[in-house]
Structures are given as C-alpha cells and as structure tokens.
Ligand binder design. Structure first.
Ligand code: MG
Length: 158
C-alpha cells in the first residue's frame, strides 16, 4: 500500500477568486499565487506525488515555468493522474482538511467532493473533504490565509 501526505497554504488577497477543489468559493477574496492558488488541489497533488515517490508538486510543475502561470489546478490534477498511471498507480482514497475562516464551506463540501472525485475518476465515497475554521487564531483565523492538507492512498492498476 502507498500513502502520501500533502499540505498547502496560500495568502488571501482582495481581487482574486478563491478556488478549492476546482470549485469557486469566493469571488472577491482569493489566493495570491503563481497558479490559480487552489490550496486543496495542491495538497492533494502533493499527497499523490508523495505516495508515488515522485517528489512534490514543485518538482513536477515548477512555478518558475511560464506554462504554469495562472495554471488551472484541475488540469494539474489530471496531469498528476496521468503521471501516476504511467507507473501503473491510481488513487484509491483521498481524505482532506480545509482550514478557512470565511466563507463557511458547509453547503459546498459535497460539491467540492464531487468535483475532486470526477477529476480522479473515483466514486464520491472515495473522496472525503472536511472543513474547519481556525477559531480566530493565526493567519487563517484572521482571514489572511487558506490552508489545506490531504492524505492519499494509491493502489496498483492490475
Ligand atoms: Mg499552492
């Protein structure tokens, strides 16, 4: 069995869209980033590379490379799926945490799950997304940042 862990953190700034799992969460305040700043997908991709022994997201999609400027993280995710498939590996399970003070994600969690499951070719029950605030503490709690962490289990494609 192969297990990987991923974590990502982005500063929140006015005038950017906030995407999590490829889903639009906030239109007015989003992640400052070279790519689209989708912290949740970045954490999941890092966990996938970790589980496969393929380094990290920066090794595979360098942010110094202009082709990744403003990159759609759902495309990066599908690219990561393809890199794993070349090694006869696929994702079997994802569990993830989002740390965001506002907006509250309650109603969006099922939508985010579904979006990730679709991109990974999984059933919804194989993807779990949890959301928490940081109770006002630290940068996340002050609404200055979003963080995400993920654990991914890979299985071999027979
Ligand atoms: Mg990131």
């Amino acid at each position: 069995m192969r297990i990987g862990i991923g974590r990502d953190f982005h500063r929140l700034v006015d005038g950017r869209k906030l995407l999590l799992g490829g889903v639009l969460v906030d239109e007015e305040r989003g992640a400052a980033a070279h790519s689209d700043g989708d912290a949740l997908l970045h954490a999941i991709i890092d966990a996938m590379f970790g589980a496969a022994g393929l380094g990290d997201i920066g090794d595979n999609f360098p942010d110094t490379d202009p082709q990744y400027k403003g990159a759609d993280s759902r495309k990066l995710l599908r690219h990561a799926v393809a890199l794993l498939a070349e090694r006869k590996l696929r994702v079997a399970q994802v569990d993830a945490n989002i740390m965001l003070e506002r907006p509250k994600l309650g109603g969006l969690k099922p939508v985010i799950r579904q979006a990730i499951a679709k991109d990974l070719d999984l059933l919804v029950y194989q993807v779990n997304v949890k959301a928490k605030t940081n109770e006002g503490m630290d940068a996340v709690g002050r609404g200055e940042a979003v963080a995400a962490e993920a654990i991914v289990v890979l299985e071999e494609i027979s």
